[in-house]
Design a protein around this ligand. Structure first.
Ligand code: DGJ
Length: 707
């Protein structure tokens, strides 16, 4: 048996796979320093009474035919036949940490190619390709990637959300059956971020074992955590197909999306750090290595009210504030005066811009800033010239009323003329103007997505990738932001062809603390768009100090979502201050190792970044609501060099004076805040440092410099 046991290894994680007669992952856990393939023999399972007389493996393809009795990895048929495939391994290729397993079911006429890669970051990346070997089409109902996890992984964490409330975590103890997350919204969605984390009970940011997975796919999906009646557990993820959506013709291959997995014995931090490293090394491709420029986006400043003179004034003010990239949002194209009309008509509104866009762009550039522009290519308003000439270009099911969302329909990208029209219009915009950056929006979900009367959500997603890929190849210097009413299209597959995510339309600092933390489990700060919004948040009508807004926006790809012309002096000072502070620390924030800190009081959120060389660190403590206790617990800072000493600096804080204005929380400040102090990395990790008592909706920023 040991001949058929293979191992993929990284410094933190190993995966052991039995390859014959059928492939099975028998171990996914901590790195093994003394591994021998013979060891696997002692994991051979007994056969229990009262069930099948043979062992039932959870195979790589999780076929039901092995007696799985749980959710299988594949479901489909050829007009009712060939519906119960079992794959037998025919060939195995291993190239260092990449394993490819070819298997076949001769009875069903199907071939499988499974690619398993364990990256040096510790991230496992798995996908399967299914090929139909017969003339008659094979109807694919389900096709998933299944990863077994240890029996001790009893707790599950996933994310729910909605527009202006993305990445909200929830947890449950799963003892039996399954927990399923399904998305039929046609985009990655705010509601069902395609990820699931399972771990030892009460795993936390800093402690416990976790196995986290993310499905890299921007369409419909299903994720599942399953507990078999024998106690074994697995995670499963797939693109979700609508009825009749996928039928494989002879010789045709369907690939699952990539499922990315990260195991950590150091709680959620270890999982995230591996994902971040993987993205930085394998997926994120910035056109060049320059620092992420600070944005000013016009949306919440002027909405549809575009006047080039005023916009140039905004650009002047933005440059004064230290902004490095100026983006004109929605409202620049013909007839776009509100969100009822004009999507699809990608021609400049010459009433608003009688001299064209170029004078504005040149003005922006003359101020030393890059120029960006907003588009929403996949959409069409019924009130548009495009719809009036091509009502048949809509992605819809014939015979049914097509529902609008934000007064718009979706264009059917599967129609070649639609694809070509969008490519031509986008190429005009990007090729004939000095555009450095595109905010690519997508504000409607897919309802009854149809092409030639058949479901076409999957095909639409693939065409979206093709359109974006073509533009990225044509304009390699341009960066793209993935936005879908805020954070509705955030995933690893779209990140292969984009450079930033608009995390949320909610710039309320209080809400952003939760949203950004949720996003940080899977994404590093440099791709997370985080803007300082107006004092009165447009999404919640709550009001926050510039300190709280500025500090909250600091830990992402920062920007401003305001009108700098009409802002008062105090606000402007704040924008300038936090832009400068971000630039001062951005190298650490965008390249360092991120840590979220376990705090005993759930109303306190603390997180930070330690530079790769462990010489610098920056930590933020945000108090979201009234503290539970009258003293804050010490802040324990991980990731520093234990033997090194660090100088502590209070980089920013709200008004916490002891007497006078605002001084009601403390009689005496923690000593390190008033005297110069150094402290060892070990002490900070094990004991921590005292925190001042903070008011709700305020934050302090602490800097550490190795001495
Ligand atoms: C939704 C986006 O999330 C906003 O940031 C903004 O770009 C609007 N669309 C424009 O219509």
């Amino acid at each position: 048996m040991s001949d058929f046991i293979l191992r993929l290894q990284s410094a933190v994680t190993d995966v052991v796979i039995k390859t014959h007669p059928f492939a099975e992952i028998i171990y996914w856990g901590p790195h093994l320093s003394h591994f021998s393939s013979q060891d696997a023999a002692c994991l051979t399972r007994p056969v229990a009474n009262g069930r099948l007389d043979v062992d039932s493996p959870v195979t790589l393809m999780a076929e039901l035919g092995h007696g799985l009795f749980g959710a299988p990895g594949i479901e489909g048929h050829r007009q009712g036949l060939d519906a119960s495939p079992i794959f037998t391994t025919i060939k195995v290729e291993q190239n260092e940490q990449n394993l490819t397993i070819f298997s076949e079911d001769k009875h069903a006429g199907l071939r499988l190619c499974s690619e398993i890669q364990l990256d040096s970051s510790g991230v496992l990346n798995v996908r399967h390709g299914l090929t139909n070997l017969r003339e008659q089409p094979w109807q694919v109902d389900r096709f998933a990637v299944t990863l077994p996890v240890a029996e001790r992984a009893r707790e599950v964490m996933a994310f729910h959300g909605r527009w202006i409330r993305e990445f909200q975590p929830h947890r449950l103890i799963l003892e039996h059956d399954s927990f399923v997350l399904e998305n039929r919204r046609g985009r990655t969605s705010h509601e069902h971020f395609p990820a699931m984390i399972t771990g030892s009970q009460t795993f936390s940011e800093m402690q416990g074992e976790v196995w986290g997975v993310h499905l890299g796919w921007s369409g419909n999906h299903r994720l599942r955590a399953e507990v078999k009646t024998d106690g074994r557990r697995y995670l499963q993820a797939e693109a979700l197909y609508l009825p009749g959506e996928i039928a494989l013709a002879e010789g045709e291959t369907l690939w699952t999306p990539n499922l990315y997995g990260s195991y950590s014995a150091q709680g959620l931090n270890g999982m995230s750090q591996q994902f971040h490293r993987y993205l930085r090394e394998q997926i994120i491709h910035f056109p060049d290595n320059k620092p992420r420029p600070v944005h000013l986006n016009t949306w919440e400043g002027i909405y549809f009210d575009h006047d080039p003179q005023y916009i140039m004034q905004m650009a002047d003010e933005a440059a004064q504030l230290g902004v490095e990239r100026f983006i004109i949002d929605d409202g620049w194209f013909k007839g776009r005066n509100d969100d009822w009309a004009a999507l699809g008509d990608w021609y400049l509104d010459e009433k608003k811009y009688p001299n064209g866009l170029m004078p504005v762009i040149e003005h922006v550039k003359s101020l030393g800033m890059e120029f960006g522009i907003w588009v929403e290519p996949e959409m069409i308003n019924p009130d548009s010239d495009l719809y009036r000439s091509h009502p048949d270009w809509v992605l819809a099911m014939p015979g049914y009323e097509t529902l609008t969302g934000r007064h718009q329909y979706v264009l059917n990208l599967n129609i070649p003329q639609v694809f070509d029209y969008l490519l031509e219009r986008m190429s005009w915009l990007l090729g004939e103007h000095l555009v450095d950056y595109v905010k690519w929006d997508m504000n409607r979900e897919l309802v009854q997505p149809g092409y030639n009367g058949k479901a076409a959500a999957d095909a639409q997603t693939r065409q979206f990738y093709r359109l974006l890929d073509t533009l990225v190849a044509r304009f390699p210097h341009i960066e793209f932001e993935s936005c879908a009413s805020g954070g509705g299209r955030i995933d690893y597959e779209v990140l292969k062809r984009s450079h930033r995510f608009w995390a949320s339309d909610n710039n309320d600092a209080l809400e952003r603390n939760i949203i950004q933390r949720g996003m940080s489990y899977f994404f590093p700060p440099e791709v997370m768009g985080s803007h300082i919004g107006n004092r009165y948040c447009h999404a919640t009508f709550r009001q926050h100090s510039i300190t709280f807004r500025g500090l909250t926006a600091l830990f992402g790809h920062m920007g401003l979502e305001i009108d700098p012309v009409s802002a008062d002096q105090q606000e402007r000072e704040g924008y300038r201050k936090y832009t400068a502070l971000h630039k001062q620390w951005r190298d650490v924030i965008h390249h360092g190792v991120q840590w979220r800190v376990d705090m005993p009081d759930a109303t306190t959120l603390a997180h930070g970044v330690v530079s790769q060389d462990k010489c610098q660190a920056i930590f933020l403590v945000s108090q979201l609501a009234m503290p539970d206790y009258s003293l804050m617990a010490p802040l324990r800072i991980s990731g520093l060099e234990p033997s090194a000493r660090y100088q502590l600096t209070l980089l920013d804080h709200p008004n916490i004076q002891i007497t006078g204005e605002g001084g009601h929380t403390m009689r005496k400040l923690p000593e390190w805040m008033t005297t110069s102090q150094t402290v060892s990395g070990e002490w900070l990790q094990q004991a921590g440092l005292s925190l001042p008592i903070l008011d709700p909706e305020s934050a302090i920023l602490i800097g550490l410099q190795r001495v």
